[in-house]
Design a binder for this molecule. Structure first.
Ligand code: ATP
Ligand code: MG
Length: 793
C-alpha cells in the first residue's frame, strides 16, 4: 500500500505495479501489444533508482532501436532528477560498441576501429572478390553478406563452419579472407560488434566478472526478437544461476510480435530463458492502453489464426472508436491518392498532427508512389529507411576523409577518396597499390612506399595530405575539424564547380549542422576534446595491469564513472570526432535533415515495431505483397507475415485504414493483385468497407467470366502474376503509351523544378508518371496528371 503511494507507481495497474516492483530475481513479462511492457521496463529502472536499490551505473538496458533508447532516457530523466549518462541503455550494437571501445586491446582491435554499415560491408566484399578473383555469379556478394552475417549470428568463425562440398568450402574461404581484410583495416561490421564482444566476455574472466558484478539489473525489451548470439551475450554478461549469476534480469516480450525470424531471431529464446535462468516470476499484462476496441478486436481476431502461439488475451477500456476503414483502389497510384485525401481530412478536418499519422508498407519499394503523391500534394513527410542522410554519396565521401583522420588503415575509406575529388590517381595505380599491400600483408596506407614511379608519388602526396590534416586538426572542435576537412579535401570546391552540385554542397553543409547538433545533444563541449581512454578504465585500479591481473581489485559501481562525454547510445569515446563517426554509422537510419518538422511518417512495418500513432494506414494488402510471396509457401513464413500484420494493426491508437490495389507497378512490372487473405481474417463488425466488398480481382478484367468474381484462386504464389492471369483472360494492353506526348529522352519544363530530362515513363492515362532528371533537384517521379509538364523541344 505504501508503494502504491509512490508517484512513480500511481498510474500503473496492479499487474504492471507487481512487475515494476518485483524482487531482484529473473523475470519474464509476456504480454501483447500496447499493454505497457516498455512502460513497465522504464518505470522499473526509475523505481530501482529511486528506492536506492541500484545506482545508474549498475543498470544495463537493451532496447531494439536507438530511437527507443533515447526515448527511454528522456522518460527516465523526466521521472527522476538524474544524470543518465552513466547508464548503459542502448541497442545491442550500441552497447557492444561501448564494450569494445573500452577493451579494444583485449578485443584485438585498434582503438579507432570503425563500423561498417551494410553498404560498406557489401563494397568491402566486392573489393575482396576482385582481389581474389571470386566469381560474382556463382557467389553473389549479397548472398555472401547474408552468409557471413548468419555465421556470426550463430557464433561461428570460419573454422567452426561445417563444410559439405566445394562451394561451401569456397564460401568459408571467402569468409576467412573477409575477416582478415576487416582485421587489417581495423573495421568491424554489425555482426562482428556482437560476436567480438561476446568473445571478449567469454575469454576474459576478469572483464566478465567485472561486468557481472557491476550490472546489478539487466532489462531487455522486445526479447522475442533476440537471436541466438544476442541471447548468448545476455547469458554471458548476466551469468546463469548455475554459475552463481542470474540475479536481477527482466525480459519483456510478445511472441505474437516476433518478426525477425528471417534474420535469425528465435522466439525459442523465451522458453530457454525461463528454463536456464530458473524464472520464478512470470507476469502477464492483459490491459491494452493504446487502441480503441475496433482496432484491438481486429488485431486479436487476426492473430488467432496463428497456430504457434503462447496465448494471451488483450482488452481495452478505450471505447469502441471508429470502425477500421477498408479501401480497394484500382491502382497503386489511386491508392496513394486516397491515402493523401484521407490524411487531409485527418489533419484539416479533425486536427490530428501530421507526425501522429503513419503510412506503413510491407516492402520499401512501395514508398515511391506514396512519396510522389505526398510531394505533389505538398504534404511534408518523412521516410524511415529511405535515402538516408548519412548514406548519400557526398556525405559518405566526407565521412571517409574523417574516418581516415581517425584511422589511416581503413581501406574502404581510403579507396573511396584516394582519387576523389580526382587527383590523377588512376585505376592502374590503385591496382598496383592493392597488389603491393596484398604482397606485404599490410593496409594500403602502409604499402604506398612500395609503389614505384609517378603513381607512387601521387599516392604518397595523398597520404601526406591526410597526415597534415590530422596534425592540423588535432585538438580542434568537431565543427572546425569538419569544415577544415571539407576545404582541405577539396570536396566543397569540387561540388561547387559541378553544374549540378548545389544539392551536394548543401548536404555537406548539413553535415556540419548534423555535427553541431550532435555536439549539443550529446554534450561535447569545446573542452571535451580528445578524451583519453585507458584500456583498463573502469575495470581495474591499476592501469599497469594491462594483462588484467585477476587479483587486482575491481572497481565498485559506486566509484565515479569515467568523465563525460560518453555517448549514451554509442558508448565509450575518445573524441567528439570518433563519437560522431560512430553515430553516423550506427544511426544512418535517422534522417536528421527533416527532424523536428511536423511530418507524416512513412516506414516499413518492420520499422514500426514498438511505436504508436493516432492514425495508421496499412497499404498494399495484397496477396504476394502482404503476405509476401516469399513467405507464402510455408507455414512458418505465413505465420510470421501474420505477426507482422498484427504489429502493423496494433500501432494505431484511434484510426486504422487498410487498403489494397488491383494493379501495382513494382520493380518495373505491372502486377494484378487480389486482396490479402488478412482482410478476410478480421472481424466483419469492426470493418467499414469504403468500396464494394467483393469488387476484387476478377471484375476488373475485361472479358472475365462473371462467375470468376467469387472464384477464389488457390493460395500460393501463382495467382497474382500477369502470365497466370493471361492464360485465364486476355490482358488489356498495358504498355506505357506516350501520355501527354511525354516520353523518355525528351526535355520538359516543370514550374517548380525547371527544365529536366525525362528518363522513363510508366503507366497510362491518369496513372501515367514520368521519371525526370532535374539538374538542380535530382531525379523525381512525377504524376503526369498532376505535374503538368510542358515539352521543351
Ligand atoms: P508494444 O508491444 O507495441 O511495444 P508495449 O507493451 O511496450 O507495446 P507501451 O508502449 O509501453 O506498450 O504502452 C502503450 C501505451 O499505453 C503507451 O502510450 C503507454 O504510455 C500507455 N500506457 C501503458 N500503461 C499505462 C497505464 N497504466 N495507464 C495509462 N497508460 C498506459
Ligand atoms: Mg514496447
Amino acid at each position: 500500500a505504501a508503494q502504491a503511494e509512490m508517484p512513480l507507481l500511481a498510474g500503473l495497474n496492479p499487474e504492471q505495479r507487481a512487475a515494476v516492483t518485483l524482487p531482484p530475481e529473473p523475470a519474464l513479462i509476456l504480454a501483447g501489444a500496447g499493454s505497457g511492457k516498455t512502460r513497465v521496463l522504464t518505470t522499473r529502472i526509475a523505481w530501482l533508482l529511486q528506492t536506492g536499490q541500484v545506482s545508474p551505473g549498475g543498470v544495463l538496458a537493451v532496447t531494439f532501436t536507438n530511437k527507443a533508447a533515447k526515448e527511454m532516457l528522456t522518460r527516465l530523466t523526466a521521472m527522476l532528477p538524474l544524470n543518465a549518462r552513466g547508464m548503459w541503455i542502448g541497442t545491442f550494437h550500441g552497447l557492444c560498441n561501448r564494450l569494445l571501445r573500452a577493451h579494444h586491446k583485449l578485443a584485438n582491435l585498434p582503438q579507432t576501429f570503425q563500423i561498417l554499415d551494410t553498404q560498406d560491408q557489401l563494397s568491402a566484399i566486392k573489393r575482396l572478390y576482385k582481389q581474389h578473383n571470386v566469381d560474382e555469379e556463382r557467389f553473389p556478394p549479397k548472398q555472401m553478406q547474408w552468409f557471413i552475417a548468419g555465421c556470426k549470428e550463430d557464433g561461428e568463425r570460419p573454422r567452426d563452419v561445417a563444410v559439405h562440398d566445394g562451394d561451401a568450402r569456397r564460401k568459408v574461404e571467402i569468409y576467412q579472407l573477409y575477416e582478415e581484410q576487416c582485421q587489417r583495416e581495423g573495421v568491424v561490421d554489425f555482426g562482428e560488434l556482437m560476436l567480438r564482444s561476446y568473445e571478449l566476455l567469454r575469454d576474459n574472466d576478469a572483464v566478465r566478472e567485472h561486468y557481472r558484478r557491476r550490472f546489478r539489473h539487466i532489462l531487455i525489451d522486445e526479447f522475442q526478437d533476440t537471436n541466438r548470439l544476442q541471447y548468448a551475450w545476455i547469458k554471458i554478461i548476466a551469468g546463469l544461476p548455475a554459475e552463481g549469476g542470474g540475479g536481477a534480469i527482466m525480459a519483456v516480450g510478445d511472441d505474437d510480435q516476433s518478426i525477425y525470424a528471417f534474420r535469425g531471431a528465435r522466439v525459442g529464446n523465451m522458453a530457454d530463458f525461463v528454463r536456464e535462468f530458473h524464472v520464478q516470476h512470470q507476469i502477464k499484462l492483459e490491459q491494452n492502453y493504446r487502441s480503441h476496441s475496433h482496432i484491438l478486436d481486429s488485431a486479436n481476431q487476426l492473430i488467432s489464426h496463428n497456430k504457434k502461439r503462447l496465448g494471451k488475451e488483450l482488452r481495452t477500456d478505450q471505447g469502441t472508436g471508429e470502425q477500421v476503414r477498408v479501401y480497394e483502389a484500382p491502382s497503386d497510384f489511386a491508392e496513394a491518392e486516397w491515402v493523401v485525401d484521407e490524411m487531409r481530412q485527418l489533419v484539416k478536418g479533425e486536427g490530428h498532427e501530421r507526425k501522429e499519422i503513419a503510412v506503413l508498407y510491407r516492402s520499401n519499394a512501395q514508398s515511391r508512389v506514396l512519396e510522389t503523391q505526398l510531394f505533389n500534394a505538398g504534404v511534408p513527410y518523412r521516410v524511415y529507411g529511405g535515402l538516408r542522410f548519412f548514406e548519400r554519396a557526398e556525405v559518405k565521401h566526407a565521412l571517409a576523409y574523417l574516418r581516415l583522420l581517425e584511422n589511416p588503415r581503413d581501406d574502404t575509406s581510403f579507396l573511396r577518396v584516394v582519387n576523389f575529388p580526382p587527383r590523377g590517381i588512376g585505376a592502374r595505380s590503385i591496382e598496383q597499390l592493392q597488389d603491393a599491400a596484398r604482397d606485404a600483408g599490410t593496409a594500403l596506407v602502409d604499402a604506398v612506399g612500395n609503389v614505384p614511379g609517378k603513381a607512387g608519388g601521387n599516392l604518397a602526396a595523398f597520404v601526406a595530405r591526410i597526415d597534415v590534416l590530422r596534425e592540423q586538426t588535432e585538438g580542434q572542435t568537431l565543427r572546425e575539424i569538419i569544415e577544415r576537412t571539407l576545404d582541405d579535401s577539396s570536396l566543397l570546391e569540387h561540388y561547387r564547380a559541378e553544374r549540378d552540385g548545389a544539392d551536394r554542397v548543401e548536404n555537406l553543409e548539413e553535415l556540419v549542422n548534423a555535427a553541431e547538433s550532435f555536439v549539443t545533444q550529446e554534450g561535447f563541449g569545446r573542452d571535451a576534446v580528445a578524451l583519453p581512454v585507458d584500456e583498463t578504465a573502469g575495470l581495474t585500479q591499476s592501469p599497469a595491469s594491462q594483462g588484467l591481473d585477476p587479483n587486482a581489485p575491481l572497481l565498485d559501481e559506486r566509484l565515479p564513472e569515467p568523465p563525460p562525454p560518453v555517448d549514451t547510445d554509442t558508448g565509450e569515446t575518445r573524441s567528439p570526432l570518433a563519437a560522431f563517426l560512430t553515430h553516423a554509422a550506427l544511426e544512418a537510419g535517422d534522417n536528421q535533415a527533416q527532424a523536428g518538422q511536423d511530418a507524416v511518417q512513412l516506414m516499413t512495418v518492420h520499422a514500426s515495431k514498438g511505436l504508436e500513432f493516432d492514425a495508421v494506414f496499412i497499404t498494399g494488402l495484397e496477396e504476394g505483397l502482404f503476405p509476401n510471396e516469399k513467405a507464402m509457401s510455408d507455414f512458418e513464413g505465413l505465420e510470421e507475415e501474420r505477426r507482422l500484420m498484427y504489429v502493423a494493426i496494433t500501432r494505431a491508437r484511434k484510426r486504422l485504414y487498410l487498403s489494397h490495389a488491383q494493379t501495382r507497378l513494382l520493380h518495373g512490372q505491372t502486377r494484378y493483385n487480389i486482396k490479402s487473405r488478412f482482410l478476410e481474417e478480421l472481424p466483419e463488425g469492426s470493418l467499414k468497407w469504403l468500396t464494394p466488398r467483393h469488387g476484387g480481382f476478377a471484375s476488373m478484367m475485361p472479358g472475365a467470366h462473371s462467375g470468376a468474381n467469387h472464384a477464389r484462386p488457390a493460395w500460393g504464389n501463382s495467382a497474382i502474376y500477369p502470365d497466370m492471369v493471361a492464360s485465364a483472360a486476355p490482358l488489356p494492353p498495358r504498355k506505357a503509351e506516350p501520355a501527354h506526348g511525354i516520353r523518355a529522352g525528351i526535355k520538359v519544363f516543370h514550374t517548380k523544378f525547371g527544365e529536366g530530362q525525362v528518363m522513363a515513363v510508366e503507366g497510362a492515362g491518369d496513372d501515367a508518371r514520368a521519371q525526370v532528371d532535374f539538374p538542380r533537384h535530382g531525379l523525381k517521379w512525377l504524376a503526369l496528371a498532376v505535374a503538368k509538364l510542358t515539352v521543351v523541344e
